[in-house]
Design a protein around this ligand. Structure first.
Ligand SMILES: Cc1cc2nc3c(=O)[nH]c(=O)nc-3n(C[C@H](O)[C@H](O)[C@H](O)COP(=O)(O)OP(=O)(O)OC[C@H]3O[C@@H](n4cnc5c(N)ncnc54)[C@H](O)[C@@H]3O)c2cc1C
Length: 472
């Protein structure tokens, strides 16, 4: 696509009003650069529409002038999906002004909001109304619900509540021809043909711009029990997960696996953290039980799990938080792990999933591959074991040359992703495809599935104006 003319840019500015447009390069950097500085994009304009009608006017103009649009939420995504490319021809549509709470229905347990509402605002609103919105991510203070839906975000409560897809009852979307699809239904049951809303969940802005949504609320837990468990191996972690699921069922809301390396780095680099257990263990698990009945119910359920685990030799040691402050302290270690990782140097990352029962085998086989190919790399392997999702990260050896280490990225990615595909897993468990994994998707996705995805994209967006260059 060629550079939009000044006349075209002026017409885009008129869609939202000049005060809702950014043009100066200083203002634009926040919107154009990948949030971890992996890529630097360019745009002539950031448009900030304030209503669905304004979004529709922008898209209609984009079709008319063959201009590419990049929908953007909080810009916290990890796949470079919400940034423009380097051409300087793509216009960013930031949803930050679309931040209205449209309706809250406490009896019906749902909320209707604009797509630009910040996730934390939704969580707080649910809480104030004695409800829970379970989606919880490290970026919740700045990511938007529209971005969460577009990436089908995961987070720390997937085990019990599912991914974002499970929370979406209805959507309002501006389609790539500018038409507004009002699918803001709050129905639990609607068996009237194709489930169109699910096309847009996880589409990373390639099929339309989400402007509003109906999301589910859940009963607020009355009690939580949070434990930090030391154990010897991922096999033992799997046994603990099986035991905890048998005793707690859906009450088990968190099951995060962490190696000693990640815990030690976090204790070293992050203020106000301290080792939860007296001795170091090869692996640890952060587990949480939520009860909609009471604190006692949560605590006694967790106690039963830990007693059984210690008795059966599944775990080596465990501590159960005795206060909300102690719970927060245990969570802080897990939540700060990615930040501590960056303090130690660069990493070759993999956000993968495999069937949960195969996680120990995956880790053994992946480690054997890396032992042979890049033996000095440090395995900073942590994540949502309860969802079969691990961040299999290889950290550079202490004092090593950064560029020389990163030169292995392509080769290591190929080896680990080949193993993931062989084991029936996914090369992107929760961070999506965006621009970063587009080629990888083409290499690893089933050809029939990929063809179907491309034909859906061509049907909905024949002019390829909606976030081109992302996903496929
Ligand atoms: C500290 C930290 C922790 C994180 N933890 C997790 C985690 O545990 N689990 C997880 O899944 N992710 C996690 N993420 C990644 C990220 O926060 C999520 O993917 C989040 O859902 C992105 O929301 P956003 O509003 O920032 O979207 P953006 O980054 O702005 O956009 C993401 C994609 O969605 C599209 N998009 C955004 N808004 C719209 C819209 N209204 N309509 C159509 N398309 C749109 C964009 O074009 C882009 O392709 C984390 C990020 C950080 C920084």
């Amino acid at each position: 696509m060629s550079a939009p003319s000044q006349k075209t840019l002026d017409a885009f500015i008129a869609c939202v009003g000049v005060k809702n447009v950014l043009t100066s390069s200083d203002d634009l950097t926040h919107y154009t650069d990948e949030n971890r500085d992996l890529y630097k994009g360019k745009t002539p304009l950031v448009l900030k529409p304030g209503s669905t009608e304004e979004v529709s006017a922008i898209v209609k103009l984009a079709v008319e002038t063959k201009t590419a649009l990049v929908p953007q939420g909080g810009h916290t995504g990890h796949a470079a999906g919400g940034m423009p490319d380097e051409s300087g021809n793509q216009i960013v549509v930031s949803m930050e002004r679309m931040n209205r709470i449209r309706h809250i229905d406490i009896e019906g347990n749902f909320l209707i909001v604009d797509a630009g509402v910040i996730l934390e605002t939704i969580r707080n609103l649910a809480d104030e109304n004695d409800r829970l919105f379970p989606l919880s991510l490290g970026s919740q203070g700045s990511c938007q619900i529209g971005g969460n839906i577009s990436t089908n975000a995961g987070g720390t409560a997937v085990l019990s509540y599912g991914n974002t897809r499970e929370f979406v009852l209805g959507l309002e979307v501006v389609l790539p021809n500018g038409e507004i699809w009002n699918g803001l239904r709050s129905l639990k049951k609607d068996n009237t043909g194709y489930d169109l809303k699910n096309l847009f969940v996880g589409a990373e802005g390639t099929l339309g711009i989400i402007t509003g949504c109906v999301i589910k609320l859940f009963p607020k837990p009355r009690g939580k029990a949070t434990a930090f468990v030391g154990l010897n191996s991922p096999e033992h972690a799997l046994k603990l997960l099986t035991l905890a699921s048998r005793i707690a069922g859906n009450m088990l809301t968190t099951f995060e696996l962490m190696p000693a390396l990640a815990i030690n780095c976090t204790l070293k680099h992050i203020a106000d953290t301290r080792a939860p257990l007296a001795d170091e263990h090869k692996w640890s698990v952060l587990a949480e039980i939520s009860s909609i009945r009471s604190e006692e119910d949560a605590a006694s359920t967790m106690q039963e799990i830990l007693e059984n685990a210690l008795e059966d030799g599944v775990c080596e040691d465990a501590t159960l938080a005795q206060s909300v402050d102690q719970q927060k302290a245990l969570w802080r270690i897990r939540e700060m792990m990615p930040i501590a990782q960056r303090q130690e140097g660069v990493s070759i990352r993999h956000d993968i999933s495999v069937p949960i029962n195969l996680m120990p085998e995956f880790l053994d086989r992946a480690n054997a591959i890396i032992d042979a190919e890049l033996p000095d790399s440090r395995r900073y392997t942590f994540g949502h074991m309860g969802d079969g999702n691990i961040h299999y990260n290889l950290m550079q050896p202490v004092g090593s040359d950064t560029d020389a280490f990163l030169a292995h990225r392509g080769e290591m990615n190929d080896l680990i992703h080949a193993l993931v595909v062989e084991m029936g897993g996914s090369i992107s468990a929760e961070h999506g495809i965006g621009r970063m994994k587009r080629e990888l998707l083409a290499k690893t996705k089933d050809p029939v599935e990929l063809k179907l995805m491309k034909s859906l994209k061509a049907t909905l967006d024949p002019n390829n104006i909606m976030n081109p260059g992302k996903v496929i």
